[in-house]
Design a protein around this ligand. Structure first.
Ligand code: ABU
Length: 364
């Protein structure tokens, strides 16, 4: 495409918030997925109820390929998601596969394998016209950015800004092995760390969670990098296994955000005290308590993807959430996705909105 045509279409990378009309999106893949290797930063976000079982499983299977038999149901759901997005007029892009069933070795550490590309939201964020690669905080996820490099290079060549946050060393000094669940975090302040999914974008105001994968040094780096363009509001929640804001505090449109009744905000920032925004508790999930991963995944019901201020993709069996959305004037689009939960996320996690039609605005 010539530069003239590009200029007429507008920026190739453009997303300022979670709700402007969606034009292009990256959707995750499951090719090459491996079982996560047990590491302290993973332990910190594991539900207490699953700790023993999870430790045992990942110590035995970490780095081993997840067989097609086990990815097939989730793949069918991903296909359904892609069909919905394309049917709504959104261009869908996919990362490159990586074989995660290989040991990762750096000069400072080695681990049995990687992870998967199910959750591009954790790795990349679009803030305005810039696509940013997050440092990440788990060793198993250190090289995940490679799967998106082809896309990032393409966007860069078409005029986007492309940056990578400083790559961390992830030595032993990055982790506090004596962290106290609910009181302190497993990540230290040795170097900047964040996952992109700890941010929720509302134009000029970005909400960012201090979590087990995002430290204050990471927030400081983002503030320095973006200067006056954005204001980063640091949030903390009462959540002993805090990881990613997108099942905890979820802005749905200007003036309305979902909150998580099990994870109250520790201190409400001034910008939210001003009024003008309704903070409404999310309905509880229909995921049965007997579900083997209930304690890890029940709030993925909040993890939705806006196509615009009205249309929103929601898990098909979450009837209370669907009813809530209708009551609030949305047009929910149900899609089955529960088999994807075991790869760590739902619709918001599984996507990165590369381009939404809109401009920078202040909503507070
Ligand atoms: N990005 C996934 C978050 C999951 C959770 O907070 O329960």
């Amino acid at each position: 495409m010539s530069d003239e045509v590009n200029a007429a279409k507008g920026p190739v990378v453009n997303s300022w918030n979670e709700w402007d009309p969606l034009e292009e999106v990256i959707v995750g893949i499951l090719d090459g997925a491996a079982a996560l290797t047990w590491e302290v930063a993973f332990e910190a976000v594991t539900a207490k109820e699953h700790l023993d079982r999870s430790r045992k499983y990942h110590r035995a299977h970490g780095g081993k390929r997840i067989e097609k038999l086990h990815t097939a149901p989730a793949l069918r759901e991903l296909k359904e998601l892609v069909a919905i997005l394309e049917g709504e007029g959104v261009e869908v892009r996919r990362p490159d596969p990586i074989d995660h069933a290989r040991p990762l070795v750096t000069p400072l550490w080695a681990t049995q394998g990687g992870n998967c590309q199910a959750n591009p939201r954790d790795v990349l964020i679009v803030l305005g016209n810039e696509i940013l690669e997050a440092p990440m905080a788990w060793r198993s996820r250190y090289f995940e950015f490679l799967a998106y490099r082809k896309l990032c290079k393409e966007y860069f060549r078409k005029g986007a800004r492309w940056r990578a946050a400083p790559k961390p060393a992830m030595s032993e000094r990055a982790y506090d092995y004596d962290w106290k669940p609910g009181e302190t975090y497993v990540t230290t302040e040795f170097e900047p760390l964040f996952d992109a999914a700890d941010m929720a974008r509302c134009g000029k105001d970005i909400f960012i969670q201090r979590s087990h994968v995002t430290n204050d040094f990471g927030i400081e780096w983002l503030r320095a990098h973006y200067g006056d363009q954005f204001t980063f509001h640091r949030l903390e929640f009462d959540d002993y296994r805090a990881i990613h804001i997108d099942a905890t505090f979820v802005p749905l449109r200007p003036g309305l955000a979902l909150t998580n009744p099990d994870r109250p905000m520790k201190e409400v920032p001034d910008v939210l005290k001003k009024g003008g925004w309704d903070l409404v508790e999310a309905p509880r999930s229909t995921l049965p308590e007997s579900h083997p991963w209930y304690h890890s995944f029940r709030w993925l019901s909040m993890n939705m993807l806006n196509i615009d201020e009205k249309r929103i993709i929601v898990e098909a069996s979450e009837e209370p959430t669907i009813a809530f959305l209708k009551d609030h004037g949305f047009e929910p689009i149900p899609c089955r996705f529960r088999n994807n939960y075991k790869f760590g996320g739902s619709f918001h996690c599984a996507t990165v909105d590369v381009r939404r039609r809109g401009t920078l605005q202040s909503y507070f």
